[in-house]
Design a protein around this ligand. Structure first.
Ligand SMILES: Nc1nc2c(ncn2[C@@H]2O[C@H](COP(=O)(O)OP(=O)(O)OP(=O)(O)O)[C@@H](O)[C@H]2O)c(=O)[nH]1
Ligand SMILES: [Zn+2]
Length: 324
């Protein structure tokens, strides 16, 4: 059978929309091969390129996933494994807001740590609502650390043209806490109100809540709206990757006494020295330590299933959803 190559634009309950040229196919995964990708919640994510065969009118079977250039991955508590939210993006846009939901800089730190080989930009939506002075200082710190930041308002339209020029020519995923305004922003900058409403009516359980990632192509850029979450946990993996997502640790860590210092309990740690001197923001350091600790909290592999689920629900504080 002839194999086609397509782009995954939506995935829900193991049914994927795969686009090839102007045609879109609803695809399932062929057999069990891909379903057993070890240690992953979902073998395929929005943004993946896949090979597939056509099995019916605009229907197909996915044979394999092509190699990814990058991805955005988080820890899925329910599944106790890593979940890929999107793959092969030019940039991840972390959307946040000053209020409703409140500004949570540690959430942004975690989003950055979830990005695997993909650059991040921070968008403060609802700029019609003001941050407190302390919040502003913590947000502005991201700029000093090298992340592009921009304040916009989907409501008043402030700075939306500037945002669009930063997105030009790119395929970008919007991630962030539930309610920060990702969908409102996307609707406004792509003028796709109708399209997303259609999707909402069909797939949403709650009101105005995105619960599956969806890729929307615009004339100047392509955006992926992702489900908002209340919590985000860093993926399981090498803890040094977390340290690498803190650019202010890079230089001092070269002078730590231990080659593989995790800047936690180790003696003669230069990162800790800079925290004590006030040169590294104490809240960023605290945020880092919590991410490290969250890796330790996870159920060890040897734990029995029933024991695992008890631990899982005890520590479950986020609104996990089944979709990707
Ligand atoms: N004041 C103000 N409110 C906004 C702005 N943008 C969006 N909102 C409001 O914020 C609420 C949440 O917006 P959504 O676009 O649904 O948020 P979301 O991030 O997509 O939420 P999830 O789908 O749960 O992830 C809505 O009531 C919007 O009207 C803004 O710039 N200013
Ligand atoms: Zn150290």
């Amino acid at each position: 059978m002839e194999q086609h190559i397509g782009l995954v634009t939506r995935g829900i309950n193991n049914i994927y929309s795969v686009k090839e040229g102007d045609a879109s196919y609803l695809c399932r995964i062929k057999g069990k091969q891909l379903l057993t990708v070890v240690g992953e919640y979902n073998p395929i994510a929005v943004g993946d390129r896949v090979s597939f065969v056509i099995s019916g009118t605009y229907e197909g079977l996915i044979i394999s996933r092509l190699e990814r250039s990058n991805c955005f991955q988080r820890w899925n508590i329910k599944g106790q494994c890593n979940q890929t939210v999107v793959a092969n993006m030019d940039m991840i846009v972390c959307v946040c807001s000053a209020d409703t939901p409140p500004f949570r800089p540690r959430f942004i730190d975690r989003v950055i740590a979830c990005c695997q080989d993909v650059p991040v930009m921070l968008v403060m939506n609802k700029s019609d609502i003001l941050l407190t002075e302390d919040e502003f200082e913590r947000f502005a710190l991201f700029k000093k650390l090298g992340y592009p930041i921009i304040g916009v308002s989907a409501k008043t339209g402030e700075n939306l043209e500037d945002l669009c020029s930063l997105l030009k020519g790119k395929t970008v995923a919007f991630v962030g806490q539930s309610g920060v305004g990702k969908s409102t922003l996307i609707n406004r900058i792509l003028s796709v109100e109708q399209k997303t409403n259609e999707v909402s009516a069909k797939y949403n359980r709650g009101k105005h809540t995105t619960n599956c990632s969806l890729m929307i192509e615009g004339p100047d850029f392509t955006l992926v709206d992702t489900p908002g979450v209340r919590e985000i946990l860093v993926p399981h993996g090498n803890p040094h990757k977390i340290a690498e997502s803190f650019p202010e640790f890079r230089e001092p860590s070269k002078k730590c006494a231990f080659d593989h210092c995790l800047h936690n309990d180790e003696p003669d740690c230069q990162v800790k020295v800079l925290v004590e001197k006030g040169k590294i923001h104490p809240d960023r350091y605290e945020s880092y330590l919590r991410m490290l600790a969250s890796l330790d909290d996870r159920s060890p592999q040897w734990m029995g299933k029933s024991q695992q689920s008890k631990t899982r629900y005890k520590s479950m504080e986020n609104d996990e959803r089944e979709e990707y």
